[in-house]
Design a protein around this ligand. Structure first.
Ligand code: ATP
Ligand code: MG
Length: 554
């Protein structure tokens, strides 16, 4: 889809490794989500990168659920993650769970104890924090650090057996309390947590910490390139230390900048709050930056992959404009979506010189962007039509090329008309517009010799169907709601959803198919919502045709 591009820095590393014959040229990556929420567009970037590397270098990718924290995790999330990865167009080599390695990880921990490289510590979290020192002062060893190997083995076995309550003891690596990198100051390996795990049930009451689980899981699977986000840079020495001391497969960690997108939040904790406090209609609300939200909104897998390709793989964090994501879906849908007419804010147009009771059938191409027009469909025309309220101006502005009294405009695929007059109600709202049509100006057979600048869409009143139409705007009013003063939820855009209960749509739209995009001419790209039923159609606007924000700004 994109033009040839130069290698990103991770591809460069992989190519060097292959050239050097490392791991016999084998490439095995993994995507390691924690099943504590739905995947979002940031995860899509990580998925495209990990699966993309494997694809490019004839390798494979494991899907590994990083399920070492029993309290927040759930099978609902596991299922949604699998759906989303598949939907994005990727297949994993193996579906794996860090929890399947709990026995192995326990053995690794015992091995480190036996080597004098781990100890059981009875200190409270506050004591441990205090004893760790500060970046400028070394930490101080406590009395537990010098426990004997025998005692450590015994205590760790008792921790596993459930002899101690939560928080009573931890297992720590005996590393370096003076290390400038605070992560190396005897980091925790295991904590006690008497909690039910969604896969291992009540088998375990001690759970490994991320730093002890992740690298070892990579090594067990013989992952060659373990790609993660920049916040793990300071963890890398620890990743290497454990692997080195255990003398296991030397997986290597590489870090890239996470994707930040403006006008949204991406931390799962914050997304969960939006869901639980009902600011949105679930994880797949079309305003959410989740993969399932984007899918329900009408985004295609190809558009998301293209977006990830375009933003590239950076070593430094930055903020990506959501406009780029919108550009990618517009480009994609422009090529595929069939054009239809729908009137969202209707006002009645009466063609005074068109015979009452007469109907004509017009036709229009499904997609003029496609080479053969992608076929066509028919739609009826009659004396009374619905048009958009803002396609008529009572006092036309300069360069207004739509309808006004005395102004001429073309009705899409039909006739040229000329505005005559209009009717207002007691409140001063226009309720009806009157015009005349030029019979010789029929589209495809126009002998009128009249040239008009504007074309407007319409739907025949007698034949129109109705649908609910949902228009979406940004979920937040500010670019980086997570970094503003106060609660990020204070910055929610109150107008992010506009519901039009009764839009008029051309009859053929009643046959719209779920998952198939349509363009409402001049109004944007739309898709059926998951709650749409034949008796009550609901369309979501995926994106407008042009960038409305660029115009609104300043
Ligand atoms: P959160 O902190 O919101 O819970 P997370 O990073 O902990 O998110 P994980 O499920 O652990 O979420 O992420 C799985 C993988 O996706 C990790 O390798 C992580 O680095 C990557 N990832 C998460 N968020 C982003 C992002 N915004 N951009 C790129 N990669 C991301
Ligand atoms: Mg994480």
């Amino acid at each position: 889809m994109s033009e040839e591009r130069s290698l990103n820095f991770i591809e460069e590393i992989v190519e060097e490794d292959i050239a050097a014959g490392k791991n016999e040229g084998r490439v095995l990556t993994r995507f390691p989500p924690e099943p504590n929420g739905y995947l979002h567009i940031g995860h899509a970037k990580s998925i495209c990168l990990n699966f993309g590397l494997a694809k490019k270098y004839n390798g494979a990718t494991n899907l590994r659920f990083d399920d070492t924290n029993p309290v927040k995790e759930d099978v609902e999330y596991v299922d949604s993650i699998k759906d989303d990865v598949r939907w994005l167009g990727f297949n994993w080599a193996n579906e794996l769970y860090a929890s399947d390695y709990f026995d192995k990880l326990y053995e690794f921990a015992v091995e480190l104890i036996k080597k004098g490289l781990a100890y059981v510590d009875d200190s409270t979290p506050a004591e441990i924090a205090a004893q760790k020192g500060t970046p400028t002062e070394p930490g101080t060893p406590n009395q537990y650090r010098s426990r004997s190997i025998i005692e450590n083995l015994e205590l760790f076995a008792e921790m596993k057996a459930g002899k101690y309550p939560d928080g009573a003891k931890v297992l720590r690596a005996k590393l370096d309390l003076a290390a400038p990198n605070m992560h190396l100051r005897d980091p925790l390996m295991y904590r006690i947590k008497h909690a039910h795990h969604h896969r291992t049930g009540d088998k375990w009451c001690i759970y490994p910490m991320y730093d002890f689980a992740h690298g070892q899981s990579d090594a067990i699977e013989q992952i060659t390139h373990s790609v993660c986000t920049l916040e793990f840079v300071p963890h890398r020495p620890l990743y290497d230390w454990f692997i080195n001391k255990l003398n296991i497969f030397p997986s290597k960690q590489y870090e890239f900048a996470r994707l930040n997108l403006n006008y949204t939040v991406m931390s799962k904790r914050k997304l969960l709050q939006l869901v639980e406090e009902k600011h949105v209609d679930g994880w797949d609300d079309p305003r959410m930056p989740t993969i399932s939200g984007l899918r329900r909104r009408g985004y295609t897998p190809a558009s998301i992959r293209e977006f990830c390709e375009r933003i590239g793989v950076a070593k430094r964090e930055n903020m990506i404009d959501v406009g780029l994501l919108e550009f990618c879906i517009r480009e994609d849908l422009n090529k595929t979506a069939w054009r239809r007419m729908a009137v969202l804010d209707p006002v009645k147009l009466v063609i005074t010189n068109y015979p009452e009771g007469q109907t004509e059938i017009f036709s229009g191409e499904n997609n003029p962007e496609a080479e053969d027009g992608d076929g066509s469909r028919e739609f009826p025309f009659s004396r009374e039509l619905w048009i958009e309220r803002d396609d008529f101006m009572e006092v036309p502005a300069k360069k207004y090329f739509r309808l006004g009294v005395g102004l001429m405009v073309r009705l899409k695929n039909a006739y040229i008309i000329k505005g005559e007059d209009f009717v207002k109600d007691a409140d001063g709202n226009i309720t009806e517009i009157h015009c005349s049509y030029i019979p010789e100006s029929r589209s495809g057979n126009d002998t009128s010799g009249i040239n008009v600048k504007g074309t407007i869409h319409w739907v025949s009143v007698a034949h129109a169907k109705t649908a609910e139409v949902r228009l979406y705007d940004r979920l937040f009013k500010v670019e980086d709601p997570g970094n503003e003063d106060g609660d990020f939820k204070d910055y929610i855009n109150p107008d992010s959803l506009q519901i039009i209960p009764n839009a008029y749509i051309e009859p053929d739209l009643a046959n719209a198919v779920s998952g198939t995009p349509v363009q409402f001419m001049r109004k944007g790209y739309f898709t059926l919502d998951k709650y749409s039923i034949p008796d009550k159609l609901i369309f979501n606007r995926t994106v407008t045709l042009k960038d409305g924000w660029a115009k609104k700004g300043s």
